[in-house]
Design a protein around this ligand. Structure first.
Ligand code: ZN
Length: 148
């Protein structure tokens, strides 16, 4: 990755962390799950409104570092309108992306900006936290999720 691209990606991440999208509670959520990353102090609740198998709405609340917040923000934009099965596939590709920095394929869209996280192992848990929380949501788990 060229330095220019890194800077561009940083800009996108900073933008999402400063003005996160879908950053609100969801009054008519069909499920919600808490995620906590004790190493960094990231703590979010993800809200999902399912219509059958389709994610109609996904929002989040909480606080955390720039990476976790940006990751949650981009996740909500990416998963809105997707089915549970599609969301699961995207989660697996995203996991590979931040573990290896691989390109994840063109379909990663905005999520591709998170690829640089793989160079910072401490930040991987920040980036993956909201995804673990939404996975718990979609599977109907009740216990809060922790990266530890
Ligand atoms: Zn963090």
């Amino acid at each position: 990755m060229s330095d220019d691209l890194s800077e561009l990606y940083q800009e996108v991440i900073l933008d999402h962390s400063r003005s996160p999208r879908n950053f609100r509670t969801l009054e008519d959520a069909t499920s919600a799950a808490e995620g906590h990353n004790p190493l960094c102090g990231d703590h979010f609740t993800i809200y999902v409104k399912l219509d059958g198998d389709v994610i109609r709405e996904v929002t989040f609340q909480g606080s955390g570092c720039a990476i976790s917040k940006a990751s949650a923000s981009i996740m909500t934009e990416t998963l809105k309108g997707k089915t549970k099965v599609e969301a699961e596939k995207i989660f697996h590709r995203f996991h590979d992306l931040i573990m290896t920095g691989g390109n994840g394929g063109a379909e990663m869209g905005k999520l591709a900006v998170m690829a640089g996280v793989h160079k910072f192992p401490m930040r991987i848990k920040c980036a993956i936290l909201p995804w673990h929380a939404i996975e718990a949501c979609l599977k109907g788990k009740k216990d809060p999720v922790s990266t530890e």
